[in-house]
Write a protein that binds this ligand. Structure first.
Ligand code: AMP
Length: 572
């Protein structure tokens, strides 16, 4: 493998990265640095955070900057303020020994006036979020007509976050002969579109995530019914009194719900999501970094750029839709040679998703039972007694109170005093877990549960949906519609029946009404969706139901001709 010296980087940069502790190039750096130093060809790289991609584009780009000119020569676009600031910090570190280089970050949620002042001083390298970059361009404060290099970092994320128009507007103003470097964790259609429209014959490279953490991260999963997700999370936190981790949720709403439940249940937890103001985000992150918070409940996007080491756990409250996101999430623990655990809480229908992650990433999950109440209590007990035994006692501080305290305890033996202390601290757990049930669902348990038994679940409401096979509805797509509408992946869904023109499905009764309302604004394959309780009086859009059932019955009858068949009544 090439050394940094052999890549052709200049002395000042080599000195700076040696100080940062970089000894040899990571695979992506080995592939990109020499290439970018030698050519002006565009580059498209499939790479995630943790692969060393910032230095991969940052070092050669920096070397090409002319410090004598104050013009903006490099524009780096990143999806979030945190990532923009992280890149800025890295670029400043890399440029430490090159005189006259100015790196300026510009991002939303902060004073534009101050950023304009910073730009006015001359910034050869500007690191920007797309919205703010567009704004500054329109005001004529950011000038990109002379840039030599454009970097699109986490391009997929920028597009997922809805910055398509901003990117189009910015890219249209950049010069034709610039070099464009695109980095993305996934290669979506939209990313392909950007590369087709704005890049010229790019060299394409792809590197695996370095921080998959295969060696230091244990990947485990607990399988439960969806309604028990939160209970599992609590048990994980209770089983690990020193937990320091991120709980990943799929939506902002779920993030808020889980965090507020944790807080009201007495955990040191808070939420990080896109609805927070910048000041609120900063405050949450400060508390998490300072370990005042033990659990940070976050969406994938909000947690980007949050560089925290020493996490003991990553908890997948819901599995992400993309495999890359799972490796991204789990790579946040098990860093710097420390052990970490990534836990996925899954329900029975998610086994395949887990298998998909295993296949694509090479990770192996181990199924572990959810800790029982008894295990949690004994763990807590040991943690508490350990803490008491190891507690540093400041004699001087407590001396003045001791006489009174001894007096109060005078009628209790040493054993009794210990019992009282433990009970005072510990009753919360004992009470909570005394009747704790086994909430694990094993494959066999699920398989044994007959369809009839599942159907008879009295907590389900059977709903009618006005689309079916004709619209290419499948059970998976139906679950997607439901999860999307409810902004959650937690709702229990029972039997699904997809007919030609419409469908039926069972859903946890508590969510049925909410779903009917939420689904009203949604479309599927161009049709406005509508949901009603299946045993309600059929409305006009269900007029085809009887006909369809009749047709089905007729077909069956002709199939079973000659057989004595007693037709069962449809449950509704
Ligand atoms: P990135 O993928 O750019 O977010 O980088 C992930 C982490 O790896 C950052 O903390 C970098 O400082 C670090 N890093 C990048 N390149 C190297 C290298 N060649 N040697 C050691 N650490 C590196």
């Amino acid at each position: 493998m090439q050394t940094f010296k052999e890549t052709g980087l200049q002395e000042e940069i080599l000195r700076a990265i040696t100080e940062l502790g970089y000894e040899k190039p990571t695979p992506i750096q080995a592939e990109t640095i020499s290439h970018l130093l030698e050519t002006e060809q565009d580059l498209m790289a499939l790479a995630q955070t943790g692969t060393g991609k910032t230095a991969a584009f940052g070092l050669p780009t920096l070397q090409k900057v002319d410090p004598k000119s104050k013009d903006t020569q490099v524009l780096i676009l990143a999806p979030t303020r945190e990532l923009a600031l992280q890149i800025t910090g890295d670029m400043k570190n890399f440029a430490k020994y090159i005189k006259g280089i100015n790196v300026v970050p510009v991002y939303g949620g902060a004073s534009i006036e101050n950023q304009i002042k910073d730009l006015r001083k001359g910034a050869q390298i500007v690191v920007a979020t797309p919205g703010r970059a567009k704004d500054l361009l329109q005001r004529g404060k950011l000038k990109v007509q002379n840039i030599k290099t454009l970097v699109l970092d986490e391009a997929d994320e920028m597009l997922t976050m809805g910055f398509k128009d901003e990117l189009d507007a910015i890219l249209a103003q950049t010069p034709q002969d610039k070099q464009t470097l695109l980095f993305s964790a996934t290669m979506s259609k939209e990313v392909e579109r950007i590369s087709k429209n704005y890049m010229h014959n790019p060299v394409k490279i792809s590197v695996a995530a370095e921080n998959k953490g295969a060696d230091t991260v244990k990947h485990i999963y607990h399988m439960v019914n969806a309604k028990h997700r939160y209970e599992v999370l609590k048990r994980i936190a209770d089983m690990n009194p020193d937990i320091y981790g991120i709980v990943f949720c799929r939506t902002r709403r779920e993030t808020k719900e889980v965090a507020s439940k944790l807080m009201s249940d007495g955990y040191n937890a808070d939420a990080l999501h896109g609805d927070l103001s910048q000041a609120q985000r900063d405050e949450v992150m400060r508390r998490f970094r300072g370990k005042q918070l033990q659990l940070l409940v976050a969406t994938d996007v909000a947690a980007r750029g949050l560089d925290v080491n020493n996490l003991t756990h990553v908890i997948n409250y819901n599995l992400p839709d993309q495999t890359e996101y799972y490796t991204h999430r789990s790579g946040r623990t098990g860093r710097a040679g420390k052990e970490g655990t990534s836990i996925a809480i899954i329900h029975t229908r998610e086994r395949n998703k887990l298998k998909d992650i295993e296949r694509k990433s090479g990770i192996k999950f181990e199924q572990k039972p959810v800790p029982t109440g008894e295990e949690i209590c004994s763990n807590q007990m040991y943690a508490l007694t350990d803490k008491i035994v190891k507690m540093e006692v400041n004699d001087k501080q407590i001396e003045p109170f001791l006489e009174d305290i001894y007096h109060k305890f005078e009628d209790l033996s040493k054993e009794e005093v210990i019992k009282h202390f433990v009970a005072a601290e510990f009753n919360r757990f004992l009470n909570y877990y005394k009747n704790a049930k086994d909430i694990n669902v094993t494959e066999s348990k699920r398989d044994k549960k007959s369809v009839k038994e599942r159907r008879s679940n009295s907590n389900f409401t059977r709903l009618f949906l006005n689309v079916g096979k004709k619209e290419n509805l499948t059970p998976l797509r139906l679950i997607g519609i439901i999860n999307n509408a409810l902004d959650s992946g937690n709702v229990e869904i029972g039997k699904i029946e997809i007919l030609n023109n419409f469908s039926f499905f069972e859903i946890d009764s508590a969510a049925a009404e909410r779903l009917a309302k939420a689904i009203k604004n949604q479309t599927f394959e161009g049709r406005d969706l509508s949901v009603e309780v299946a045993n309600a009086k059929p409305s006009s859009n269900r007029s085809g139901y009887k006909k369809e059932k009749r047709n089905k019955k007729d077909k069956k009858r002709s199939k079973n001709k000659g057989r004595d068949r007693r037709g069962g009544r449809r449950r509704s």
